[in-house]
Write a protein that binds this ligand. Structure first.
Ligand code: PEP
Ligand code: MN
Length: 345
């Protein structure tokens, strides 16, 4: 930690700053420049985090040396993490290809979509059973019946399944059916939910909140990691912007920016990021080219009757074409699309 003192800090104030540092059992290194005095603090930064150092008279700025997300940071874990979702690996050169409808709808539709995306090469099936909707009058999901359906198709096509959990009280129920728990953008900072999924033994797909900074996202991952769940995959799904040309603003730079400071895998979701089927393929490929550890795409066989997010769904044939391109790019990048686990007897 470095303390930058005010240009008019008095000698008494400087002495007081040094006393405060010593009182915490830490060492200091004082550097008096022509215009500014700087105090370097040597020792465990954790001891300082709780201290309101900025409130000490004469202190202008407090500059931490280590990031506040200790467990998510690359300092703590230089190698990229590989998250295993019931046999499908994400991270460290392995790509997670998540596909499926926004919401779990009827049984036949789920089977049709799962059959087609698995043939195309998707290795994780998605579908929301508990939907966080802007309007309380919109379709809220099928609940447990939806979880059962998702599990059924997952087993049929030997695809691990990922679905959203919206409430800490539902973590146990959703974990009974899902291989991976999704925490959606609207719930990224639901700290009670993060704590609860952190206690579960299921891998977590943590989506970036639509107004969240990269630091915010990593601090939320830290909530999960600090509860003992090391299997966290991040997801860039677009952030709010002034431009209504796309549903959100696809922040592709977040991918290498996060890789630079964190070991956690990060995938991209061009469906929610753009909201436009015509832009999804190019943004999916851009995400992979930027180093994403996977791609999450919404697919529906009849978007005009979809119960949620129909306008942004790719048709199965469009997904198939995109998957072909993603496979070629993966090869070029030296990445592996994790194969589906062996079918259970
Ligand atoms: C979803 O995956 O269907 C979803 C609601 O995503 P997000 O939380 O990113 O909006
Ligand atoms: Mn959706």
């Amino acid at each position: 930690m470095i303390l930058i003192l005010k240009s008019n800090a008095t000698d008494d104030q400087i002495d007081h700053v040094l006393e405060r540092v010593e009182a915490l059992g830490l060492q200091h290194h004082l550097s008096r420049g022509t215009y500014r005095t700087i105090v370097g603090i040597i020792g465990d930064e954790e001891k300082l985090r709780e201290e309101p150092l900025r409130a000490i008279p004469g202190v202008a700025k407090v500059v931490p040396v280590l990031p506040p997300f200790k467990l998510a940071s690359r300092d703590a874990h230089p190698e990229p993490s590989v998250v295993d979702v019931s046999g499908v690996k994400i991270g460290g050169g392995n790509l997670g290809m998540i596909a499926g409808p926004c919401s779990v709808e009827d049984r036949d539709r789920m089977f049709r979509i799962a059959e087609s995306v698995s043939k195309s090469g998707a290795n994780l099936m998605r579908g929301g059973a508990f939907k966080p909707r802007t309007s309380p009058y919109a379709f809220q999901g099928l609940g447990e019946a939806g979880l059962q359906l998702l599990r059924e198709v997952g087993d049929e096509f030997s695809m691990p399944v990922v679905t959203e959990v919206t409430d800490p009280r539902l973590v146990e129920l959703v974990s009974q059916y899902a291989d991976m728990l999704q925490v959606g953008a609207r719930n990224m900072q639901n700290f009670a939910l993060l704590t609860e999924v952190g206690k579960s033994n299921r891998p977590v797909l943590l989506k970036r909140g639509m107004s969240a900074t990269i630091n915010d996202l990593l601090m939320c991952a830290e909530y999960i990691l600090s509860q003992g769940n090391a299997n966290v995959v991040l997801c860039e799904r677009g952030i709010k912007s002034f431009d209504s040309a796309t549903r959100n603003l696809f922040d592709v730079a977040a991918v290498p920016a996060i890789h630079a400071i964190s070991h956690l895998p990060i995938i991209v979701d061009p469906s929610h990021a753009t909201g436009r089927p015509d832009l999804i393929p190019s943004c999916a490929l851009a995400g992979l080219a930027a180093g994403a550890d996977g791609v999450h795409v919404e697919v529906h066989d009849c978007p005009e009757v979809a119960k949620s997010d129909g306008p942004q769904a790719l048709l199965p044939d469009q997904y198939d074409e995109l998957a072909r391109q993603m496979k070629s790019l993966a090869k070029l990048l030296g990445k592996t699309i994790s194969p589906l686990p062996e079918r259970k007897a």
